[in-house]
Design a protein around this ligand. Structure first.
Ligand code: FAD
Length: 472
Protein backbone atom coordinates (compact mmCIF):
# COMPACT_ATOMS: atom_id res chain seq x y z
CA UNK A 1 0.00 0.00 0.00
CA UNK A 2 1.13 3.52 -0.66
CA UNK A 3 0.47 5.24 2.62
CA UNK A 4 -0.84 8.71 2.69
CA UNK A 5 1.12 11.13 4.81
CA UNK A 6 1.13 14.88 5.20
CA UNK A 7 3.05 17.21 2.88
CA UNK A 8 6.32 18.67 4.17
CA UNK A 9 4.93 22.11 4.91
CA UNK A 10 2.00 20.69 6.84
CA UNK A 11 4.29 18.42 8.87
CA UNK A 12 6.53 21.38 9.73
CA UNK A 13 3.49 23.32 10.99
CA UNK A 14 2.38 20.40 13.14
CA UNK A 15 5.87 19.92 14.58
CA UNK A 16 6.08 23.64 15.41
CA UNK A 17 2.77 23.46 17.25
CA UNK A 18 3.87 20.33 19.11
CA UNK A 19 7.13 22.02 20.12
CA UNK A 20 5.05 24.61 22.01
CA UNK A 21 3.71 21.91 24.34
CA UNK A 22 6.30 19.10 24.51
CA UNK A 23 10.07 19.11 25.07
CA UNK A 24 12.20 18.42 22.00
CA UNK A 25 13.20 14.91 23.11
CA UNK A 26 9.57 13.77 23.11
CA UNK A 27 8.87 14.72 19.48
CA UNK A 28 10.57 12.80 16.69
CA UNK A 29 10.67 13.11 12.92
CA UNK A 30 13.65 10.78 12.65
CA UNK A 31 12.84 8.29 9.83
CA UNK A 32 13.94 5.21 11.80
CA UNK A 33 11.96 6.21 14.88
CA UNK A 34 8.91 6.96 12.74
CA UNK A 35 9.28 3.56 11.07
CA UNK A 36 9.64 1.54 14.29
CA UNK A 37 6.66 3.37 15.79
CA UNK A 38 4.55 2.60 12.73
CA UNK A 39 4.90 -1.19 12.80
CA UNK A 40 3.34 -3.98 14.77
CA UNK A 41 3.16 -7.76 14.35
CA UNK A 42 1.10 -7.55 11.15
CA UNK A 43 3.98 -9.51 9.59
CA UNK A 44 2.40 -12.66 11.06
CA UNK A 45 0.19 -12.33 7.98
CA UNK A 46 1.90 -12.49 4.58
CA UNK A 47 -1.10 -10.57 3.23
CA UNK A 48 -0.94 -7.71 5.73
CA UNK A 49 2.80 -7.49 5.43
CA UNK A 50 2.27 -6.72 1.78
CA UNK A 51 -0.79 -4.48 2.30
CA UNK A 52 0.69 -2.34 5.06
CA UNK A 53 4.37 -2.23 4.13
CA UNK A 54 5.50 1.37 3.64
CA UNK A 55 2.99 2.98 6.00
CA UNK A 56 4.79 5.47 8.19
CA UNK A 57 3.85 8.25 10.59
CA UNK A 58 5.07 11.79 9.88
CA UNK A 59 5.83 12.48 13.52
CA UNK A 60 5.94 10.53 16.81
CA UNK A 61 5.21 12.05 20.21
CA UNK A 62 5.44 10.78 23.77
CA UNK A 63 3.10 12.53 26.22
CA UNK A 64 3.73 11.77 29.90
CA UNK A 65 0.53 13.15 31.44
CA UNK A 66 -3.16 13.34 30.58
CA UNK A 67 -2.81 17.12 30.22
CA UNK A 68 -0.03 16.76 27.67
CA UNK A 69 -2.06 14.19 25.79
CA UNK A 70 -5.03 16.59 25.69
CA UNK A 71 -2.77 19.31 24.27
CA UNK A 72 -1.42 16.92 21.62
CA UNK A 73 -4.94 15.96 20.58
CA UNK A 74 -5.89 19.63 20.36
CA UNK A 75 -2.97 20.17 17.95
CA UNK A 76 -4.14 17.18 15.90
CA UNK A 77 -7.64 18.64 15.72
CA UNK A 78 -6.49 22.17 14.97
CA UNK A 79 -4.28 20.99 12.11
CA UNK A 80 -6.56 18.13 10.97
CA UNK A 81 -3.73 15.63 11.44
CA UNK A 82 -4.52 11.89 11.68
CA UNK A 83 -3.57 10.52 15.09
CA UNK A 84 -2.94 6.89 16.00
CA UNK A 85 -2.47 5.76 19.60
CA UNK A 86 0.29 3.24 20.24
CA UNK A 87 1.02 1.08 23.29
CA UNK A 88 3.49 -1.80 23.07
CA UNK A 89 2.95 -2.17 19.31
CA UNK A 90 2.31 -5.92 19.63
CA UNK A 91 -1.03 -5.98 17.80
CA UNK A 92 -1.38 -8.59 15.08
CA UNK A 93 -3.47 -6.93 12.39
CA UNK A 94 -1.77 -3.61 11.80
CA UNK A 95 -4.09 -2.01 14.34
CA UNK A 96 -1.61 0.71 15.22
CA UNK A 97 -0.10 1.10 11.75
CA UNK A 98 -0.92 4.69 10.67
CA UNK A 99 -2.27 3.97 7.21
CA UNK A 100 -2.82 7.68 6.55
CA UNK A 101 0.40 8.87 8.17
CA UNK A 102 0.08 11.79 10.57
CA UNK A 103 0.93 11.54 14.22
CA UNK A 104 1.66 8.44 16.29
CA UNK A 105 1.04 9.06 19.99
CA UNK A 106 3.21 6.62 21.89
CA UNK A 107 1.70 6.17 25.34
CA UNK A 108 4.38 4.04 26.98
CA UNK A 109 5.69 6.94 29.03
CA UNK A 110 2.31 7.25 30.75
CA UNK A 111 3.09 4.27 32.93
CA UNK A 112 2.00 4.88 36.50
CA UNK A 113 -0.15 2.55 38.56
CA UNK A 114 -2.61 5.14 39.90
CA UNK A 115 -4.50 3.02 42.39
CA UNK A 116 -4.12 -0.49 43.77
CA UNK A 117 -7.08 -1.46 45.91
CA UNK A 118 -8.80 -4.60 47.13
CA UNK A 119 -9.92 -6.38 43.94
CA UNK A 120 -9.01 -3.63 41.45
CA UNK A 121 -6.28 -1.49 39.93
CA UNK A 122 -6.44 1.79 38.02
CA UNK A 123 -3.52 2.32 35.68
CA UNK A 124 -2.33 4.81 33.10
CA UNK A 125 -2.56 3.85 29.43
CA UNK A 126 1.03 2.69 29.00
CA UNK A 127 1.38 0.38 32.00
CA UNK A 128 2.58 -3.07 30.94
CA UNK A 129 0.98 -6.25 32.25
CA UNK A 130 4.15 -7.55 33.90
CA UNK A 131 4.52 -4.27 35.81
CA UNK A 132 0.94 -4.24 37.04
CA UNK A 133 1.15 -7.93 37.97
CA UNK A 134 4.29 -7.32 40.02
CA UNK A 135 2.57 -4.46 41.85
CA UNK A 136 -0.57 -6.56 42.39
CA UNK A 137 1.49 -9.50 43.69
CA UNK A 138 2.93 -7.28 46.41
CA UNK A 139 -0.63 -6.92 47.76
CA UNK A 140 -1.44 -10.66 47.56
CA UNK A 141 -3.33 -10.21 44.28
CA UNK A 142 -2.77 -10.87 40.56
CA UNK A 143 -4.15 -9.73 37.21
CA UNK A 144 -7.11 -11.80 35.99
CA UNK A 145 -6.46 -12.02 32.26
CA UNK A 146 -3.49 -11.04 30.11
CA UNK A 147 -2.20 -11.64 26.58
CA UNK A 148 0.81 -13.89 26.11
CA UNK A 149 2.69 -10.64 25.34
CA UNK A 150 2.78 -10.16 29.13
CA UNK A 151 6.15 -8.38 29.15
CA UNK A 152 5.55 -5.91 26.33
CA UNK A 153 1.83 -5.22 25.88
CA UNK A 154 0.09 -2.32 27.62
CA UNK A 155 -3.22 -2.52 29.44
CA UNK A 156 -4.90 0.04 27.14
CA UNK A 157 -3.48 -1.55 23.99
CA UNK A 158 -5.07 -4.82 25.13
CA UNK A 159 -8.42 -3.16 25.84
CA UNK A 160 -8.39 -1.36 22.47
CA UNK A 161 -6.90 -4.14 20.36
CA UNK A 162 -6.81 -7.48 22.19
CA UNK A 163 -9.35 -10.12 23.06
CA UNK A 164 -8.45 -12.70 25.69
CA UNK A 165 -5.53 -14.67 26.96
CA UNK A 166 -4.08 -16.36 29.97
CA UNK A 167 -6.77 -16.37 32.66
CA UNK A 168 -9.64 -16.37 30.12
CA UNK A 169 -10.29 -20.03 30.92
CA UNK A 170 -11.61 -18.78 34.28
CA UNK A 171 -12.57 -15.15 33.68
CA UNK A 172 -13.62 -14.90 30.01
CA UNK A 173 -12.46 -12.34 27.46
CA UNK A 174 -12.01 -8.56 27.86
CA UNK A 175 -15.70 -7.70 27.53
CA UNK A 176 -16.67 -10.23 30.23
CA UNK A 177 -16.22 -7.79 33.10
CA UNK A 178 -12.45 -7.56 32.75
CA UNK A 179 -12.56 -3.75 32.42
CA UNK A 180 -14.41 -1.88 35.14
CA UNK A 181 -13.91 1.73 34.03
CA UNK A 182 -11.90 3.85 31.62
CA UNK A 183 -11.14 7.46 30.84
CA UNK A 184 -10.96 8.56 27.20
CA UNK A 185 -10.02 11.80 25.52
CA UNK A 186 -11.73 13.02 22.36
CA UNK A 187 -9.94 14.77 19.50
CA UNK A 188 -11.28 18.30 19.72
CA UNK A 189 -9.88 21.79 20.10
CA UNK A 190 -10.21 21.57 23.88
CA UNK A 191 -10.44 17.86 24.78
CA UNK A 192 -12.01 17.05 28.15
CA UNK A 193 -11.79 13.59 29.74
CA UNK A 194 -14.82 11.30 29.55
CA UNK A 195 -15.28 8.62 32.17
CA UNK A 196 -16.86 5.38 31.03
CA UNK A 197 -18.29 2.54 33.10
CA UNK A 198 -20.58 -0.44 32.55
CA UNK A 199 -22.16 -0.74 29.11
CA UNK A 200 -20.47 2.49 27.94
CA UNK A 201 -17.17 0.58 27.83
CA UNK A 202 -18.41 -1.23 24.74
CA UNK A 203 -17.61 1.90 22.75
CA UNK A 204 -13.85 1.51 23.25
CA UNK A 205 -13.24 -2.23 23.73
CA UNK A 206 -11.57 -3.68 20.62
CA UNK A 207 -12.30 -0.49 18.63
CA UNK A 208 -8.63 -0.09 17.59
CA UNK A 209 -8.49 3.37 19.17
CA UNK A 210 -10.86 4.78 16.53
CA UNK A 211 -13.38 6.11 19.06
CA UNK A 212 -11.19 7.89 21.63
CA UNK A 213 -7.77 7.78 23.26
CA UNK A 214 -7.67 5.91 26.54
CA UNK A 215 -5.68 7.58 29.30
CA UNK A 216 -6.45 5.12 32.07
CA UNK A 217 -8.34 1.93 32.76
CA UNK A 218 -9.55 0.19 35.90
CA UNK A 219 -9.32 -3.59 35.86
CA UNK A 220 -10.36 -6.22 38.39
CA UNK A 221 -7.72 -8.20 40.29
CA UNK A 222 -7.95 -11.74 41.63
CA UNK A 223 -6.56 -13.22 44.85
CA UNK A 224 -3.05 -14.44 44.19
CA UNK A 225 -2.85 -18.19 43.49
CA UNK A 226 0.19 -20.49 43.31
CA UNK A 227 0.09 -22.05 39.83
CA UNK A 228 1.75 -25.19 38.52
CA UNK A 229 2.84 -25.10 34.87
CA UNK A 230 2.72 -28.50 33.17
CA UNK A 231 2.44 -30.27 29.82
CA UNK A 232 0.27 -33.35 29.44
CA UNK A 233 0.11 -35.36 26.24
CA UNK A 234 -2.76 -37.08 24.40
CA UNK A 235 -3.07 -39.45 21.45
CA UNK A 236 -4.64 -36.68 19.32
CA UNK A 237 -6.33 -33.26 19.40
CA UNK A 238 -9.81 -34.78 19.80
CA UNK A 239 -8.79 -36.67 22.97
CA UNK A 240 -7.15 -33.47 24.20
CA UNK A 241 -10.40 -31.58 23.51
CA UNK A 242 -12.35 -34.14 25.58
CA UNK A 243 -9.93 -33.64 28.45
CA UNK A 244 -10.13 -29.84 28.13
CA UNK A 245 -13.93 -29.86 28.44
CA UNK A 246 -13.73 -32.15 31.51
CA UNK A 247 -11.14 -29.92 33.13
CA UNK A 248 -13.16 -26.75 32.45
CA UNK A 249 -16.19 -28.34 34.09
CA UNK A 250 -14.22 -29.44 37.16
CA UNK A 251 -14.71 -26.51 39.54
CA UNK A 252 -12.41 -28.09 42.14
CA UNK A 253 -9.34 -27.24 40.04
CA UNK A 254 -8.40 -23.54 39.72
CA UNK A 255 -7.22 -22.91 36.14
CA UNK A 256 -5.34 -20.16 34.38
CA UNK A 257 -4.34 -21.69 31.06
CA UNK A 258 -5.70 -24.54 28.96
CA UNK A 259 -4.16 -24.89 25.50
CA UNK A 260 -4.07 -27.82 23.08
CA UNK A 261 -1.38 -28.05 20.38
CA UNK A 262 -0.76 -30.74 17.80
CA UNK A 263 2.77 -32.00 17.08
CA UNK A 264 2.54 -30.04 13.80
CA UNK A 265 2.78 -26.93 16.01
CA UNK A 266 5.06 -28.06 18.86
CA UNK A 267 7.69 -29.03 16.27
CA UNK A 268 8.43 -25.29 15.95
CA UNK A 269 9.16 -24.94 19.69
CA UNK A 270 12.47 -26.78 19.24
CA UNK A 271 14.76 -23.92 20.16
CA UNK A 272 13.14 -23.67 23.59
CA UNK A 273 14.66 -27.06 24.55
CA UNK A 274 11.62 -28.24 26.51
CA UNK A 275 10.57 -31.89 26.26
CA UNK A 276 7.36 -31.43 24.28
CA UNK A 277 6.38 -34.86 22.91
CA UNK A 278 7.18 -35.30 19.20
CA UNK A 279 4.26 -37.58 18.26
CA UNK A 280 1.46 -36.70 20.66
CA UNK A 281 -0.77 -33.66 21.13
CA UNK A 282 0.27 -31.46 24.04
CA UNK A 283 -2.01 -29.77 26.58
CA UNK A 284 -0.21 -26.78 28.06
CA UNK A 285 -1.66 -26.03 31.46
CA UNK A 286 -1.58 -23.72 34.43
CA UNK A 287 -3.64 -25.09 37.32
CA UNK A 288 -3.67 -24.59 41.06
CA UNK A 289 -0.61 -25.98 42.81
CA UNK A 290 -1.58 -29.20 44.57
CA UNK A 291 -4.15 -30.22 41.93
CA UNK A 292 -1.82 -32.36 39.81
CA UNK A 293 -3.32 -35.68 40.88
CA UNK A 294 -6.82 -34.57 39.98
CA UNK A 295 -5.65 -33.32 36.57
CA UNK A 296 -3.81 -36.60 35.95
CA UNK A 297 -6.99 -38.54 36.70
CA UNK A 298 -8.99 -36.44 34.22
CA UNK A 299 -6.25 -36.76 31.59
CA UNK A 300 -6.07 -40.54 32.11
CA UNK A 301 -9.69 -40.88 30.95
CA UNK A 302 -8.64 -39.64 27.49
CA UNK A 303 -5.38 -41.57 27.23
CA UNK A 304 -3.43 -38.59 28.55
CA UNK A 305 -0.32 -38.51 30.71
CA UNK A 306 1.96 -35.97 32.34
CA UNK A 307 5.01 -35.16 30.21
CA UNK A 308 6.66 -32.57 32.43
CA UNK A 309 5.93 -29.96 35.08
CA UNK A 310 8.14 -26.94 35.68
CA UNK A 311 9.69 -26.44 39.11
CA UNK A 312 8.04 -23.63 41.08
CA UNK A 313 11.17 -21.49 40.86
CA UNK A 314 11.48 -21.88 37.06
CA UNK A 315 11.69 -18.61 35.14
CA UNK A 316 10.18 -20.22 32.04
CA UNK A 317 6.62 -19.18 31.22
CA UNK A 318 4.71 -21.92 29.40
CA UNK A 319 2.37 -19.16 28.21
CA UNK A 320 5.16 -18.32 25.76
CA UNK A 321 3.95 -21.40 23.81
CA UNK A 322 0.28 -20.46 23.79
CA UNK A 323 -2.13 -17.91 22.29
CA UNK A 324 -0.41 -16.05 19.47
CA UNK A 325 3.06 -17.01 20.63
CA UNK A 326 2.58 -20.26 18.70
CA UNK A 327 2.46 -18.23 15.49
CA UNK A 328 5.62 -16.39 16.52
CA UNK A 329 7.52 -19.68 16.92
CA UNK A 330 6.19 -21.07 13.63
CA UNK A 331 6.79 -17.87 11.69
CA UNK A 332 10.35 -17.59 12.95
CA UNK A 333 11.02 -21.14 11.80
CA UNK A 334 9.36 -20.82 8.40
CA UNK A 335 8.02 -17.59 6.87
CA UNK A 336 5.59 -19.45 4.63
CA UNK A 337 3.57 -20.35 7.73
CA UNK A 338 0.79 -18.18 9.05
CA UNK A 339 -2.42 -18.63 11.04
CA UNK A 340 -6.17 -18.27 11.28
CA UNK A 341 -8.41 -17.27 14.19
CA UNK A 342 -11.37 -19.55 14.49
CA UNK A 343 -14.28 -20.36 16.80
CA UNK A 344 -15.43 -23.99 17.03
CA UNK A 345 -18.57 -25.76 17.99
CA UNK A 346 -17.71 -27.47 21.26
CA UNK A 347 -19.85 -30.50 20.36
CA UNK A 348 -18.93 -30.96 16.68
CA UNK A 349 -15.22 -30.36 17.23
CA UNK A 350 -13.96 -33.83 16.15
CA UNK A 351 -16.07 -33.92 13.01
CA UNK A 352 -14.98 -30.37 12.04
CA UNK A 353 -11.25 -31.07 12.61
CA UNK A 354 -11.42 -34.25 10.55
CA UNK A 355 -13.21 -32.51 7.68
CA UNK A 356 -10.65 -29.69 7.51
CA UNK A 357 -7.61 -31.91 7.90
CA UNK A 358 -8.94 -34.31 5.25
CA UNK A 359 -8.87 -31.32 2.88
CA UNK A 360 -5.66 -29.59 4.02
CA UNK A 361 -3.60 -32.26 5.80
CA UNK A 362 -0.37 -30.97 7.36
CA UNK A 363 -1.11 -27.46 6.07
CA UNK A 364 -3.58 -27.02 8.93
CA UNK A 365 -2.07 -27.86 12.34
CA UNK A 366 -4.40 -27.35 15.29
CA UNK A 367 -3.80 -25.06 18.25
CA UNK A 368 -6.80 -24.60 20.58
CA UNK A 369 -7.42 -22.15 23.41
CA UNK A 370 -10.22 -22.77 25.87
CA UNK A 371 -12.09 -20.07 27.70
CA UNK A 372 -15.20 -19.70 29.72
CA UNK A 373 -17.74 -16.89 29.53
CA UNK A 374 -21.31 -16.59 30.82
CA UNK A 375 -20.97 -20.07 32.30
CA UNK A 376 -20.24 -21.73 28.93
CA UNK A 377 -17.01 -23.17 27.52
CA UNK A 378 -15.66 -21.86 24.22
CA UNK A 379 -13.04 -23.35 21.96
CA UNK A 380 -11.06 -20.88 19.92
CA UNK A 381 -8.24 -22.04 17.71
CA UNK A 382 -5.30 -20.35 16.05
CA UNK A 383 -4.27 -23.12 13.66
CA UNK A 384 -0.89 -22.82 11.99
CA UNK A 385 -1.46 -22.93 8.25
CA UNK A 386 0.73 -22.76 5.18
CA UNK A 387 0.40 -19.60 3.10
CA UNK A 388 0.11 -20.38 -0.60
CA UNK A 389 -1.17 -17.06 -1.88
CA UNK A 390 -4.25 -14.91 -1.33
CA UNK A 391 -6.66 -17.01 -3.34
CA UNK A 392 -5.65 -20.21 -1.60
CA UNK A 393 -6.06 -18.47 1.77
CA UNK A 394 -9.51 -17.13 0.87
CA UNK A 395 -10.57 -20.59 -0.30
CA UNK A 396 -9.32 -22.10 2.95
CA UNK A 397 -11.33 -19.55 4.96
CA UNK A 398 -14.42 -20.41 2.91
CA UNK A 399 -13.88 -24.12 3.43
CA UNK A 400 -13.39 -23.74 7.18
CA UNK A 401 -16.58 -21.68 7.42
CA UNK A 402 -18.44 -24.22 5.31
CA UNK A 403 -18.00 -26.86 8.03
CA UNK A 404 -19.47 -24.52 10.67
CA UNK A 405 -16.26 -23.05 12.09
CA UNK A 406 -16.33 -19.25 12.52
CA UNK A 407 -13.37 -17.25 11.21
CA UNK A 408 -12.18 -13.88 12.53
CA UNK A 409 -9.85 -13.17 9.66
CA UNK A 410 -6.43 -12.03 10.94
CA UNK A 411 -5.39 -11.11 7.40
CA UNK A 412 -7.55 -7.96 7.34
CA UNK A 413 -6.69 -4.63 8.97
CA UNK A 414 -10.17 -3.08 8.74
CA UNK A 415 -12.04 -3.68 11.98
CA UNK A 416 -15.25 -5.05 10.49
CA UNK A 417 -13.46 -7.24 7.95
CA UNK A 418 -11.44 -8.92 10.69
CA UNK A 419 -14.33 -9.99 12.86
CA UNK A 420 -18.01 -9.59 13.42
CA UNK A 421 -18.70 -6.21 14.99
CA UNK A 422 -22.05 -6.33 16.67
CA UNK A 423 -22.11 -2.77 18.02
CA UNK A 424 -21.43 -0.66 14.92
CA UNK A 425 -24.08 1.91 15.92
CA UNK A 426 -22.54 2.30 19.37
CA UNK A 427 -19.06 2.77 17.86
CA UNK A 428 -20.41 5.30 15.37
CA UNK A 429 -22.06 7.27 18.18
CA UNK A 430 -18.77 7.39 20.10
CA UNK A 431 -16.93 8.28 16.91
CA UNK A 432 -19.23 11.21 16.22
CA UNK A 433 -18.84 12.45 19.78
CA UNK A 434 -15.12 11.90 20.27
CA UNK A 435 -13.77 12.27 16.77
CA UNK A 436 -16.08 14.40 14.63
CA UNK A 437 -13.23 15.22 12.21
CA UNK A 438 -12.45 11.51 11.63
CA UNK A 439 -8.81 11.76 12.69
CA UNK A 440 -8.46 8.77 15.01
CA UNK A 441 -6.65 5.84 13.38
CA UNK A 442 -8.36 6.61 10.07
CA UNK A 443 -8.80 3.78 7.59
CA UNK A 444 -9.52 1.12 10.21
CA UNK A 445 -13.24 1.54 10.90
CA UNK A 446 -15.06 1.18 7.64
CA UNK A 447 -18.52 2.18 8.86
CA UNK A 448 -17.09 5.51 9.99
CA UNK A 449 -15.56 5.94 6.56
CA UNK A 450 -18.88 5.25 4.95
CA UNK A 451 -20.45 7.77 7.32
CA UNK A 452 -18.16 10.48 6.02
CA UNK A 453 -14.77 10.04 7.69
CA UNK A 454 -12.42 12.64 6.26
CA UNK A 455 -10.18 11.14 3.56
CA UNK A 456 -9.34 10.80 -0.06
CA UNK A 457 -8.77 7.09 0.45
CA UNK A 458 -11.19 4.80 -1.30
CA UNK A 459 -11.78 1.34 0.01
CA UNK A 460 -12.31 -1.56 -2.29
CA UNK A 461 -15.80 -3.01 -1.86
CA UNK A 462 -15.68 -4.88 1.43
CA UNK A 463 -15.11 -8.60 1.17
CA UNK A 464 -16.39 -9.20 4.65
CA UNK A 465 -15.42 -12.39 6.35
CA UNK A 466 -17.37 -12.36 9.55
CA UNK A 467 -16.98 -14.76 12.41
CA UNK A 468 -20.21 -16.51 13.17
CA UNK A 469 -19.15 -17.44 16.62
CA UNK A 470 -17.42 -15.81 19.42
CA UNK A 471 -13.74 -16.03 18.63
CA UNK A 472 -10.53 -14.30 19.59
P1 FAD B 1 -0.80 -1.87 20.43
O1 FAD B 1 -0.40 -2.92 19.45
O2 FAD B 1 0.13 -0.75 20.64
O3 FAD B 1 -2.22 -1.27 20.02
C1 FAD B 1 -3.30 -2.12 19.75
C2 FAD B 1 -4.49 -1.25 19.30
O4 FAD B 1 -4.91 -0.45 20.39
C3 FAD B 1 -4.15 -0.26 18.19
O5 FAD B 1 -5.29 -0.08 17.38
C4 FAD B 1 -3.86 1.05 18.91
O6 FAD B 1 -4.12 2.18 18.12
C5 FAD B 1 -4.84 0.94 20.07
N1 FAD B 1 -4.37 1.62 21.28
C6 FAD B 1 -3.21 1.43 21.96
N2 FAD B 1 -3.19 2.20 23.04
C7 FAD B 1 -4.35 2.90 23.05
C8 FAD B 1 -4.90 3.89 23.90
N3 FAD B 1 -4.28 4.30 25.00
N4 FAD B 1 -6.10 4.41 23.59
C9 FAD B 1 -6.77 4.01 22.48
N5 FAD B 1 -6.30 3.08 21.64
C10 FAD B 1 -5.11 2.54 21.92
N6 FAD B 1 -3.71 -10.66 21.92
C11 FAD B 1 -4.59 -11.21 22.77
O7 FAD B 1 -5.70 -10.69 22.90
N7 FAD B 1 -4.26 -12.33 23.48
C12 FAD B 1 -3.06 -12.93 23.38
O8 FAD B 1 -2.77 -13.87 24.12
C13 FAD B 1 -2.13 -12.40 22.45
N8 FAD B 1 -0.93 -12.99 22.25
C14 FAD B 1 -0.03 -12.43 21.38
C15 FAD B 1 1.22 -13.03 21.16
C16 FAD B 1 2.14 -12.48 20.28
C17 FAD B 1 3.48 -13.13 20.08
C18 FAD B 1 1.81 -11.27 19.62
C19 FAD B 1 2.80 -10.62 18.71
C20 FAD B 1 0.58 -10.67 19.82
C21 FAD B 1 -0.36 -11.24 20.69
N9 FAD B 1 -1.58 -10.64 20.91
C22 FAD B 1 -2.49 -11.21 21.76
C23 FAD B 1 -1.89 -9.34 20.32
C24 FAD B 1 -1.39 -8.17 21.24
O9 FAD B 1 -0.20 -8.54 21.86
C25 FAD B 1 -2.37 -7.82 22.32
O10 FAD B 1 -3.63 -7.53 21.82
C26 FAD B 1 -1.85 -6.66 23.18
O11 FAD B 1 -2.64 -6.57 24.30
C27 FAD B 1 -1.80 -5.34 22.47
O12 FAD B 1 -1.25 -4.40 23.37
P2 FAD B 1 -0.23 -3.29 22.85
O13 FAD B 1 0.07 -2.39 24.00
O14 FAD B 1 0.93 -3.89 22.19
O15 FAD B 1 -1.18 -2.53 21.83
Amino acid sequence: MRCEGGNREMVATVVDRLAEILPEDRISVDPRTRQSNSEDYAWFSNVLEEDLGGCRADVVVWPTTAEELADVLAVAHGTRTPVTARGGGTGNYGQCVPVRGGMVVNLTKMNRVLELGEGLARVEAGVKFADLDRAANSTGQEIRIYPSTYLTATLCGFVAGGSGGIGSVAHGVIADGNVLAATVYPVLDAPKPRHLTGAELGSIIHAYGTTGVLVDVTVPLARRTEWEQAVFSFPDIVACHGFALDLIEDRSVPKRLLTGVEPGVTRYFGRARLPFPAERTSAILMYGLGCRERVERLAGRQGGRLEFALPQDSRTRLSDFTWNHTTLWAKKADDSLTYLQTGWSVDRFGEQVHAIQAEYGDDFAMHCEYFRADGSAFTAALPIIRYKGREHLDRMVEFVESVGVGVANPHRYVLEEGSKVENVEELLRAKRENDPAGLLNPGKFQAAFAAGEQSGHTFKPASMTLARQRVL
